[in-house]
Write a protein that binds this ligand. Structure first.
Ligand code: V47
Length: 360
């Protein structure tokens, strides 16, 4: 492979040989202006794993409350109880929202919410049971590690016992949010009330130990350094070596509108593609890299399929977290639009369930 940036040659030798990349290699990749060179290497690895296939899932988002006691500075979604925009859905309200779309072939319910201190533990198990009842054919992918930690404190149960109770009630998978960037510096500045790196990892390890797969994410494009990004990826890779419980990694592009960080500019297209590509190259033990179209836009997500991504996430319809922070992407996509994006990029669309079983 020919490179504009000669430093990439050394990384390419390793990629070809299947040798694990180091922290220094990660820095070379992030610092390089040879975007197509980084992307071609990521595409090489992606095609070895997934050939010409690109995935999407027919899913529905449920954000049961936006009341949150953590109040992270990067979040536009969260609010305090009693404000005009505060809401909390009862279990019946959630059921009603699921039933409204009962004639659609939804295969995954993605559910996350704020830390709302007015809700008790029974609400959460009741929520899972109700969803499992209304949508028995869908996987319930719910609660970030932050919520699981909170639920353990709320219930007074150990982490393992909490996870066991949630699993019994219907939890079958967990999304990847909540770690943001695993750096003490960023944690202190942007989300001091939220659990930190060690606890996030402990929750994930416990959940994986209970046989529940999870995703992992990284929120980029705020105050993090390139070093902190690479360290974050290596930390995830190390946990994956131990548990094998991570299914997909999703780089999350920061949106600053309506947040305390509204002075920060949007991420660039180059950075969006680079985060997908570097993740594919560094995370050699992750099967799937998602290009989350909600955050990077439909057009960039389509291009990202040639930069290491093999999955576009879902159809969604009612995304709230990123749109409250100014996302200009659609709120949902149809199957036909998913197909069009994937086919237009030269890949074969495959509808999947939460565990990447092929449905079409
Ligand atoms: O943890 C919050 C992020 C996450 C903003 O696992 C923001 O399949 C950008 O984790 N700008 C929740 N990002 C979303 C998430 C997710 C999404 C899609 C799929 C999966 C999966 C997981 O959203 C939070 C936080 O990192 N976030 N505010 C913002 N202003």
């Amino acid at each position: 492979m020919e490179f504009i940036d000669s430093k990439l040659g050394h990384v390419w030798e390793k990629v070809k040989a299947g040798t694990r990349l180091t922290f220094e290699d990660g820095m070379v990749l992030y610092a390089s202006h040879d975007l197509s060179g980084v992307g071609r290497m990521a595409d090489f690895v992606r095609r070895k794993r997934h050939g010409n296939i690109a995935y999407y899932v027919y899913n529905q988002h449920v954000n049961y409350t936006n009341v949150c006691s953590n109040r992270c500075t990067f979040c536009a979604f969260a609010t305090d109880e009693g404000t005009g925009s505060a809401y909390t859905w009862s279990i019946d309200e959630v059921k009603k929202r699921l039933l409204e779309r009962k004639d659609e072939p939804v295969r995954e319910i993605h559910m996350v919410g704020g830390l709302n201190e007015t809700l008790d533990f029974d609400y959460f198990t009741g929520l899972l049971q109700a969803i499992a009842e209304v949508r028995p054919e869908a996987t319930i992918k719910a609660f970030t590690a932050v919520e699981i930690d909170y639920l353990s404190r709320l219930s007074g149960l150990s982490l393992a016992e909490t996870v066991a109770e949630l699993k019994k009630a219907g939890l079958t998978m967990m999304p990847g949010g909540g770690a943001e960037v695993m750096s003490e510096r960023v944690h202190g500045e942007l989300f001091p009330k939220k659990i930190g790196k060690e606890r996030w990892l402990e929750v994930m390890e416990t959940v994986h130990g209970a046989g529940i797969p999870t995703n992992a994410t990284m929120l980029y494009g705020h105050i993090e350094t390139l070093e902190e990004r690479v360290e974050h990826l290596i930390t995830l890779r190390e946990l994956q070596d131990r548990t094998g419980g991570f299914s997909a990694f999703i780089p999350l592009a920061f949106h600053s509108k309506n947040t305390e960080l509204s002075h920060l500019p949007a991420t660039t297209g180059v950075d969006d593609l680079k985060n997908v590509a570097v993740a594919r190259l560094m995370l050699d033990n992750f099967d799937h890299i998602k290009a989350y179209w909600v955050m990077i836009g439909e057009k960039m997500a389509q291009v990202a399929l040639s930069f290491g991504a093999d999955d576009l996430d879902g159809t969604i319809i009612e995304e709230r977290i990123t749109h409250t922070a100014g996302a200009t992407s659609a709120k949902g996509l149809t199957r036909a639009e998913m197909f069009g994006m994937i086919r237009g990029a030269g890949f074969e669309p495959v509808e999947r369930d939460s565990f990447y079983n092929h449905l079409s």
